[in-house]
Every structure is written in structure tokens, then in C-alpha cells.
Design a protein around this ligand. Structure first.
Ligand code: B4P
Length: 189
């Protein structure tokens, strides 16, 4: 089973590259951002709770996000592998994912971390905000806050996977195809 954590700051290309990796390696996509947005669209209790955090550019509380993931894994028993996109985003989430996967005997192969300059992140997100309708992509202050949350709470997840020898930094600047090639090389190494 090929289980990959696709990691990086907001706007680094996780969602974009996930789509290409899924197609090439026939993996199941688990994006906590997409799952949360679907909950919001369906106006569920979880969605209403999550929206308050997401609209401000803050992370949704760990217990909410962790609870969503286990059932998604179990609903895909015949999967060839999973791409975890935007999860884990805190060390507590990384620890919880490790326990979930160890219980099912399906470990993470590697954590691919897309590295992109801050200026470029802001540019990509504001650009997406023109068409996505996402409140968190339209306001430079909210984008700034998302990057701050990333640096404070998410970046330490790198150490978690580094200790396990699974951290693979990938240059995330350049064309989408160039970055995809770098990711594939890292997976197949
Ligand atoms: P996510 O939905 O995970 O999204 P993201 O970080 O904003 O973007 P992503 O990285 O996938 O976007 P991409 O670069 O592909 O999170 C949204 C929010 O949900 C979070 O702020 C948080 O509140 C909440 N949340 C989600 N998961 C959580 C968790 N585990 N714990 C707590 N809270 C959680 O795309 C960006 C743009 O760049 C696109 O327009 C794309 O076309 C463009 N782009 C991509 N690659 C490019 C390239 N090479 N060159 C030029 N443009 C490029």
C-alpha cells in the first residue's frame, strides 16, 4: 500500500498535485480541507463549527479533524493507498494518524513537503480567490493568518516525520508538471 502525506503551507500546491498523483498511482484522496468544505456546504453541525475557524484562517480543532479521518480510511478497504492532503496539520494530528495506521497495519511511506516562497503563496491564493468563492482566499489578512498558523502549528510536523526518516523536501516553485515530476521521483526512489 502506498500511503503518502502531502505537506506544505497554504497555497503550496497540495490540492493541485494530489489530483495528478491520484491519477498516476490510483490512490484515494483524503483532503481534510475538501471534507470540511463539504460539511459546510451541507450545513452540518460539524460544518458550522468548522466554518467559524476556517473563515478566520485558523486551524479547525484537532479532535474535529481527527474524528473525520478514521471512518474515511475504513470506507476504502480495497484502496491501493491514500494521499493525505492537508492532514496532519499539527503534531497531535500526526500522532493520531500514526496510531490509526498502525492499528490497520498500513504505515505512511513518505511525507512530501512542498517548499514555496511566501510571496508566491500569497499571489497564488489571492489569484484563486478571484474565482474560488472561498472566503479564506480573498483577504490578504486572512491569508497572512493562515501562513502564521502554518509556521506556528503545522511546520513542527516536519520534525515528527524527520525522526522517522520519512521527510522529503520538494521544491514547489516552477510549473505544475515540473513539480509533479519531482514528486514522482521522490516516491519511486
Ligand atoms: P486546505 O483546503 O487544505 O487548502 P490550502 O492549504 O489552502 O491549499 P492547497 O495547498 O491545497 O492549495 P493549492 O496549493 O493546491 O485548507 C483550508 C483550511 O481548512 C485551513 O486553513 C484550515 O482552516 C482548514 N483545515 C484543513 N485541514 C485541516 C486540518 N487537518 N486541521 C485543521 N484545520 C484544517 O492551490 C492554491 C492555488 O495555487 C491554486 O489556485 C492553484 O491553481 C495554484 N497553483 C498550484 N500549483 C501552482 C504552480 N506550480 N504555479 C502556479 N500556481 C499554482
Amino acid at each position: 500500500m502506498l500511503n503518502i502525506v502531502l505537506f506544505g503551507p497554504p497555497g503550496c500546491g497540495k490540492g493541485t498535485q494530489s489530483e495528478k498523483l491520484i491519477e498516476k498511482y490510483q490512490l484515494v484522496h483524503l483532503s481534510t480541507g475538501d471534507i470540511l468544505r463539504a460539511e459546510i456546504a451541507n450545513n452540518t453541525k460539524l460544518g458550522i463549527e468548522a466554518k467559524a475557524f476556517m473563515d478566520k484562517g485558523q486551524l479547525v480543532p484537532d479532535q474535529v479533524v481527527i474524528g473525520m479521518i478514521a471512518s474515511k480510511i475504513d470506507n476504502n478497504k480495497n484502496a491501493k493507498g491514500f494521499i493525505f492532503d492537508g492532514f496532519p496539520r499539527t503534531t497531535a494530528q500526526a500522532e493520531a494518524l500514526d496510531v490509526m495506521l498502525a492499528e490497520r497495519n498500513i504505515p505512511v511511506k513518505c511525507m512530501l513537503s512542498l517548499e514555496v516562497d511566501k510571496e508566491e503563496l500569497v499571489k497564488r491564493l489571492l489569484n484563486r480567490g478571484l474565482t474560488s468563492g472561498r472566503a479564506d482566499d480573498q483577504n490578504p489578512e486572512i491569508i497572512e493568518n493562515r501562513i502564521k498558523e502554518y509556521n506556528a502549528k503545522t511546520a513542527p510536523v516536519i520534525q515528527f516525520y524527520e525522526k522517522q526518516g520519512k521527510f522529503r523536501p520538494i521544491k514547489g516553485m516552477g510549473s505544475i508538471d515540473e513539480i509533479f515530476e519531482r514528486l514522482c521521483k521522490a516516491i519511486e526512489k
